[in-house]
Design a protein around this ligand. Structure first.
Ligand code: FAD
Ligand code: NAP
Length: 575
């Protein structure tokens, strides 16, 4: 940790909390605006998710050539991704490259956690405090804290008595972990577990997986990218990026709008085989109604279960691995050799769905009276998603209202980017935005561009603050809930609804109406002079709004395919 004096009383135009992809891009854009900005980052380096999640097998599950920034054509052209799905270390190198290339580091203070942010009504500015004694002020405060950045460490009785190390995938040791010759336990079977289990199994002497809910996962068919392939994508990158922006998921893949139940069983089988052979998240695009019609969903769930039974040799283990819930209801996983791993003689699956983990002992974990002896445990237990990192900061808005109070019954935002009672506070990929239901870098770029255009507008018109109205916020929250009800995704106990954290109100947090529909709504709000917001502008400068919408978000969206009508008709595949 670097030693540095605390910053006290320093005024900035903007404070950014977090230096993942969101914080980095925000800093870059603020610079372009000529704003002074300071970013604080709890980690010792940039990259966010890719800085913290160094577990074996960690990699993206949206193809690297799309899971990357699109704001700079030079960056697109100069960076070479090595694999279809890049490993964590390479994505972290990319984040570092971006930080260096755009000279962002000098405005970031690392190893510094923001602990409080308080709005000063009279001065219309935010005071931000950190655990390093900093106390600075800024007109704007931008939360770039991430949706999946607060690890969920469930309480297990006796965990402190365990004789070996306990790791969390989301806070993996910087220098890695060598499991060679050890008896390892993994708790959880979500995306992080599914990526790490096959690799840990290669090293460990014995691996025991504690599964509470079986998971659907589709093969990645990851592969090295050839120079020819990379070149072919780069030759038409802007067109690919534009197509991606027009898709509900914010990334491009071919999808079939036809309903599954209109196909014959033979046609469906062929379509699912072809989609399985392509692999990855696009598997869900095999038909247009899979997440809207339970009977349609049953057909893809049956197909996936048949695949599991075909791969896993021990019938009892195969049955345990077969999920019985809606396909794609929890976040779909993408794997390399996950089910095959259970055919290895030293890998064991323990069902903790009916009898939960009882306790840790010095030597291992007890389930239903049986002790499983272990040298090390990996908690792949996920995150306090969407709002966990907000919970860790004391955020106080107008009239002493805290964010914790405001969100007690579930998060409330306008467009996922702003809140009534919290002027000049922006939330990148906040609850109520498409965020985790879209390719996240795409979501981040759109949010940041919109916010920067908004801040420029305030500066140009002399307005000191902008605040969402309660009416606009209520209407947006209602719309977010309404579209969520259309999707089968709202029917299961996933982190999307906060169900993985005991005591959380059950609210579907991301916006499921599709990325382009959301972008269009944001554009309309801006074009109408920030409809649904109140701007505090001096009377003399009450000019016509100067709308500055960043050029690439003017791109006509593919809304013939992804219209609100299509959403209502339950014909939009979402990932
Ligand atoms: P983050 O990367 O989470 O960065 C937030 C940063 O804020 C962190 O560095 C954190 O330390 C910092 N921070 C938080 N609170 C504070 C505070 N109080 N003070 C100071 N700093 C703070 N998305 C995809 O679209 N495709 C993928 O393939 C994909 N794979 C993923 C794999 C894993 C293992 C995980 C966990 C997530 C994945 N995601 C994926 C989602 C991923 O989080 C986003 O794609 C993206 O990296 C988020 O960037 P961000 O900057 O918004 O947040
Ligand atoms: P997750 O999907 O929330 O999975 C957590 C797992 O831990 C679940 O299987 C959960 O079981 C289990 N669990 C939690 N508490 C438990 C307890 N007390 N006892 C037993 N089991 C318990 O978390 P994640 O795998 O870290 O993934 C989170 C998200 O990050 C993903 O959905 C994805 O968006 C992103 N991600 C992406 C990738 C990628 O492929 N690029 C990789 C990792 C993460 P239940 O299901 O029963 O709750």
């Amino acid at each position: 940790m670097t030693d540095r004096p605390a910053e006290v009383g320093v005024p900035f135009d903007a404070i950014v909390v977090g230096a993942g992809f969101a914080g980095l891009y925000m800093l870059h854009r603020l610079r372009g605006l000529g704003f002074t900005a300071r970013a604080y980052e709890a980690g010792s380096g940039v990259g966010g998710t890719w800085y913290w999640n160094r577990y074996p097998g960690a990699r993206c599950d949206i193809e690297s050539m799309q899971y990357s920034f699109s704001f700079s054509d030079e960056l697109d052209q100069e960076w070479d991704w090595s694999e279809k799905y890049a490993p964590q270390a390479e994505i972290l190198s990319y984040a570092n490259h971006v930080a260096d290339r755009f000279d962002l580091r000098r405005d970031i203070r690392f190893d510094t956690r923001v602990t409080a942010a308080t709005f000063d009504e009279a001065g219309k500015h935010w005071t931000v405090e950190t655990d390093r004694g900093d106390r600075v002020s800024a007109r704007f405060c931008i939360m770039a804290v991430g949706c999946l950045s607060a690890p969920n460490r469930p309480h297990f009785e006796g965990i402190d008595d365990f004789g070996g190390p306990v790791y969390h995938t989301g806070e993996w040791p910087q220098d890695g972990v060598d499991f060679t010759g050890l008896r390892v336990g993994v708790i959880g079977t979500g995306s992080s577990a599914i990526q790490s289990i096959p690799i840990i199994a290669q090293q460990a002497a014995a691996l025991t997986v504690f599964q509470r809910t079986a998971t659907y996962t589709v093969p990645a068919w990851n592969e090295a990218l050839t120079p020819e392939y990379r070149q072919s994508v780069k030759a038409s990158y802007p067109a690919l990026r534009a197509k991606a922006r027009a898709r509900p998921t914010g990334f491009y893949f071919p999808f079939n709008m036809k309903p599954a139940l209109e196909a014959s069983p033979e046609e469906r089988e062929q379509a699912y085989e072809a989609a399985w052979a392509r692999g990855g998240l696009p598997f869900l695009g095999a038909y247009g109604d899979l997440l809207f019609d339970k009977a349609a969903n049953d057909t893809i769930a049956d197909f996936a279960r048949a695949k599991i039974r075909g791969i896993v040799k021990d019938p009892a283990t195969a049955e345990l691995l077969c999920p019985d819930n809606v396909f794609g209801c929890k976040r779909l996983c993408v794997d390399t050799g996950y089910f095959e791993t259970y055919n290895l003689p030293h890998v064991k699956l323990v069902d903790v769905s009916k009898a939960p983990i009882e306790r840790f002992t010095k030597g291992g974990i007890v389930v239903a009276g049986t002790e499983y002896l272990l040298d090390a445990v990996v908690c792949a237990t996920g995150f306090a998603a969407m709002i966990g990192s907000f919970d860790r900061i004391r955020i106080t808005g107008r009239d002493g209202l805290t964010l914790a109070e405001k969100w007690r019954a579930g998060p409330r935002t306008y467009l996922g980017v702003a809140m009534a009672g919290f002027p000049n506070l922006f939330t990148i990929t906040g609850p109520g935005s498409p965020s985790v239901l879209a390719s996240m870098i795409q979501s981040i770029e759109q949010h940041v561009d919109w916010m920067v255009d908004c801040m420029a507008h305030l500066r140009d018109t002399g307005a000191r603050s902008i605040e969402a109205t309660h009416a606009a916020e209520d209407a947006w929250v209602e719309h977010v809930n309404e579209v969520a009800q259309v999707s089968l995704r709202s029917t299961c106990s996933s982190w999307y609804v906060g169900a993985n954290i005991p005591g959380r109100p059950r609210v579907f947090m991301p916006y499921i109406g599709g990325f382009p529909v959301y972008v269009q709504k944001c554009n309309e709000v801006m074009s109408a002079g920030f409809e649904g917001f109140v701007l505090d502008a001096p009377a003399a400068s009450n000019r016509e709004p100067t709308v500055r919408l960043t050029e690439r978000w003017r791109v006509p969206l593919d809304i013939d395919v992804i219209s609100p009508a299509a959403v209502a008709a339950r014909r939009v595949p979402v990932v």
